[in-house]
Design a protein around this ligand. Structure first.
Ligand SMILES: Nc1nc2c(c(=O)[nH]1)N=C([C@H](O)[C@H](O)COP(=O)(O)OP(=O)(O)OP(=O)(O)O)CN2
Ligand code: ZN
Length: 122
């Protein structure tokens, strides 16, 4: 098996809901996002999936969040936009776009600071 990871990110504002503390107030992060996929086969060029395609699909999705107020995104209207929930959202959406008979999204890591990361995997 092959395992590939790309790193990208987005900058946005949010506030946690049903949370008591500073983070219930509006604030922002420069989130870093790691996308890991697995594959069993390589193409003629020796690629499991082109990193360019992986980054393009991920960044297209992140554009929905970049420089936005995450709480107003349709997925988070009734859901606290924690790093955990953001990672689950990205996992579900990227799985729809990327999974095929060979490639499978394995996990999403969402870093809200240099020292705090939430991951989602199934
Ligand atoms: N499990 C999670 N815990 C927290 C999340 C989260 O998404 N998942 N999010 C927050 C807030 O978004 C908050 O912005 C965290 O910011 P941070 O600067 O890390 O908070 P602190 O002030 O506690 O960090 P210090 O390193 O102590 O300055 C909170 N928790
Ligand atoms: Zn926050």
């Amino acid at each position: 098996m092959y395992r590939l990871t790309i790193k990208t990110g987005f900058a946005a504002a949010h506030n946690l809901i049903n949370y008591q503390g500073d983070c219930e107030n509006l604030h922002g992060h420069n989130w870093k996002v790691e996308v890991t996929v697995t594959a069993s086969e390589l193409d003629q060029a020796g690629l499991a999936i082109d990193f360019k395609l992986l980054k393009r699909e991920t960044n297209a999705l992140l554009d929905e969040l970049d420089h936005k107020y995450v709480n107003q995104h349709h997925f988070f209207l009734d859901l606290s936009p924690s790093s955990e929930n953001i990672s689950r959202y990205l996992f579900q959406e990227l799985s729809k776009r990327l999974n095929d008979g060979n490639v499978k999204v394995e996990r999403i890591g969402v870093w809200e600071s240099d020292n705090a990361c939430a991951e989602y995997y199934e």
